[in-house]
Ligand binder design. Sequence first.
Ligand code: NAD
Length: 439
Amino acid sequence: MSVAENTGLTVAVIGTGYVGLTTGACFAKLGHTVICADVIPEKIESLSRGEVPIVEAGMEELVAEGIASGRLRFVLGAANAAEECDFAFMCLPTPQGADGAADLSYLLRAASEIAPVLPSGAIVVNKSTVPVGSAQRVVDVIGRDDVVVASNPEFLREGTSVEDFFGPDRIVIGAPEKAVAERVSRLYDAIDAPKLLVDTATAELIKYASNAYLAAKISYANSIANLCEAAGANAHEVLAGMGMDSRIGAKFLKPGPGWGGSCFPKDVFALMNIAETAGYDFSLLSAVVAANEEQLDRVVGKVRQIVGGELAGAKLAVWGLSFKAGTDDMRESPAIKVITRLQAAGVHIRAYDPAATVPLPGVARAETALDACDGADGLVVLTEWPEFGEVSLSDVAERLAYKRVVDTRNMLNTRELADLGFAYDCVGYGKSVVSHSLA
Ligand code: NAD
């Protein structure tokens, strides 16, 4: 995409995490003047120097370009970003609260910070994932008749956030009046995607309904994979066969250790809470949550079996800590949940991840995938980083004390593992299938 003309529109972005930084850097690329705010001084300092604190393809170039064009700035404190804005995009965390509902305290605090300085006529846009009725709560906190609040939920995927911003499947904008939604929509004029202009409650619910559906789809794939193990079928082929049906689609049909990440778990619980508050018993979602817990337990069961039944005292190599490949984000990662369960059973872990570097209690870290294997009683693959599929399995065999692998992402070559004399397990293959049909 070439450098755009200056649009003359000024956007404040409050919160410069995964969503805020993407929104800010990409809006600057579209020609808007963007001022991003955060509460962490070091983050603002490093971003102002063009140093990007997260792993996102294309982000460094975009931030550097935005700064060089003079259209992207970073400031400390929400109020300092909002003074001259036409739009204030709220990209604050909405973590799971004690009752499962989304915790709106970050959002409402930031709203109270910008309330006194917002120019008359500004539009506050909730990009955070927030429950039905949140726009009204922001309206109440702002307490001004000359400012409106709209909703523009974000659907980006970590790791490909820049690509997703410029090529989304749809852009959803909720507002109390169509004219307000249309003003927000104009910010995205250069993006060729369907724009769905709806009322605010509908926009808020579209986001939760989508994320919970994707979590349910993964859990369905995992349940089919578990059935394949029991029935002696090949999950890879069953799920591929399902995915060829255009009504179903192939995405999110890969079996694995379970779903996680910074969004799915909290959004599923928040949707359950929204349903409960609305008086609807969303029992399907309770089953999805239970299936996901069961999946994590099944992985631990597979590891127990591969080491001969006794986990206590075992030394295991782990490949992968981030919740999926392509990101350094370990929040609610299924890998961490499996590790925690293994540690509780007395396992010593030495882990390698190409990007996720945050220290974990009791987990030793290795510099390379092979180093993690040195002298270990077995290897557990938990995140689908492509580089894991390229490690020489004969080198792995040499480094491990025992040739044992549990591959929860089905990415290692099972024929080669078999030829090298590994005891191995993966997800979704009946025992007879494992030995002959995977390659
Ligand atoms: P994040 O935790 O990465 O970033 C939030 C940022 O807000 C942090 O840098 C924090 O310091 C900052 N912040 C907190 N209080 C502030 C304040 N008063 N003023 C200014 N900055 C403040 O969060 P995220 O992953 O970007 O998610 C933000 C929202 O977007 C959440 O509601 C999330 O559910 C939703 N969302 C996330 C993703 C994703 O993949 N991460 C995708 C779609 C939607």
